[in-house]
Design a binder for this molecule. Structure first.
Ligand code: AOF
Ligand code: ZN
Length: 339
């Protein structure tokens, strides 16, 4: 009897290697195990539009020097149900049947309606033994963005901000025709890097016109490998000029002017196939979303320094007793929204 969770854990590890390159597809890894429990091949989905994990894995097996095992005695492990549809690539379930793999162990069923159980059915109809639901919680966590898009028809929402010890996002800034004061710097080089990692992990980044005007951010991923997120700007009054950095050629920018209502924006982003959005401010937008209640995670960085005067207040949320991490003396909190 094979130790199923052990191999599914390995598929999750492999799947994660595609992290910055597969969106909006899920991260998927696969391992082929012989009857003695040895892994004889591995593969993962490397790039959007590219071969799926199962195809990579079986191909690696066939190209390897130990390709003399009987596949009917082998088990293929995969963290997500093999697909059953013709998309950018042919169905993995069909390939698995044709290669004559004996058994398939699936971490989680694919929530994509094009697949949703049909992959497993195809395999079973062909007489292949299929086990479903191993380390399901971990499998869901890895692909929470992809799952959210398919199950809730909206992107996964992460709210992110940094505040001073006394609860401010920014100072009240001096602004005149000749002089505009820069933003209060709260993050450190290291915590900034983590923000850029989040930009690479999520498909879109959203700000309001206040932030775009005051900070003129480019919202690119420069301190971490991976793609620049798609930029989303809520600009009801059409205030942000076209020469702002948010409109640079580095990434696509979607602007909402006529309707900036949160549920509408989420629905529209979903229609565009965007599976995740991180919200980087400012205060007005963050408060609006917290009021609405549709968000999945909050990442809050609390600096060890106080502003010491009146400033722009951060949203009032009750923080957990323990921060998730402490970096450079800054407390990093992570909260989950309601399921
Ligand atoms: C798998 N293995 O490695 C991936 C799967 O457009 P396509 O052909 O790439 O299909 C994308 C869909 O296939 C995606 O939405 C998800 O349902 C599934 N992704 N499935 O068996 C993989 N990446
Ligand atoms: Zn597939």
């Amino acid at each position: 009897m094979l130790d199923y969770p052990k191999y599914i854990a390995r598929t999750l590890h492999l799947a994660r290697l595609g992290c910055y390159y597969v969106a909006p597809n899920p991260m998927v890894g696969a391992v082929l195990v012989n009857k003695d429990g040895n892994i004889i091949a591995e593969g993962w989905h490397k790039q959007f539009g590219g071969p799926h994990a199962e195809v990579e894995c079986v191909r690696n097996y066939e190209l390897g020097i130990k390709n003399y095992e009987k596949l009917e005695e082998c088990t293929l492990f995969v963290n997500l149900e093999p697909c059953s549809h013709y998309g950018k690539t042919p169905p993995c379930a069909k390939m698995i049947i044709e290669k004559g793999v004996g058994r398939v162990v699936v971490g989680l069923l694919d929530p994509n309606p094009l697949v949703a159980g049909k992959g497993v059915q195809m395999l079973r109809d062909a007489g292949i033994e299929v086990v479903v639901g191993v380390m399901e919680k971990e499998c869901r966590e890895l692909n929470k963005r992809f799952i959210c898009l398919h199950e809730k028809k909206r992107p996964y929402v992460i709210l992110k901000w940094a505040q001073t010890k006394d609860g401010y996002l920014d100072k009240f800034r001096v602004e005149s025709l000749e002089f505009r004061e820069g933003p209060l710097v709260i993050s450190t080089a290291w915590t900034k890097q983590l923000v850029h990692q989040m930009r690479a992990e999520n498909m879109a980044i959203l700000v309001g016109s206040g932030t775009a005007l005051a900070d003129n951010p480019g919202l690119k991923t420069t301190r971490w490998p991976g793609r620049n997120p798609i930029r989303v700007l809520l600009d009801r009054r059409g205030r942000v000029p076209m020469n702002s950095k948010i409109f640079s050629d580095d990434a696509e920018t979607i602007v909402y002017r006529d309707n900036t209502e949160w549920q509408y924006v989420l629905g529209d982003l979903a229609k565009r196939g965007i599976h995740s959005v991180m919200v980087e401010g400012g205060a007005e937008i963050l408060n609006m979303i917290i009021q609405d209640g549709t968000w999945d995670e909050m990442h809050i960085e609390v600096s060890d320094k106080a502003l010491g005067e009146e400033g722009v207040p951060a949203s009032k949320v009750s923080l957990p007793l323990q921060p998730k991490q402490i970096i450079d003396g800054h407390y990093i909190y992570e909260l989950r929204g309601r399921e």
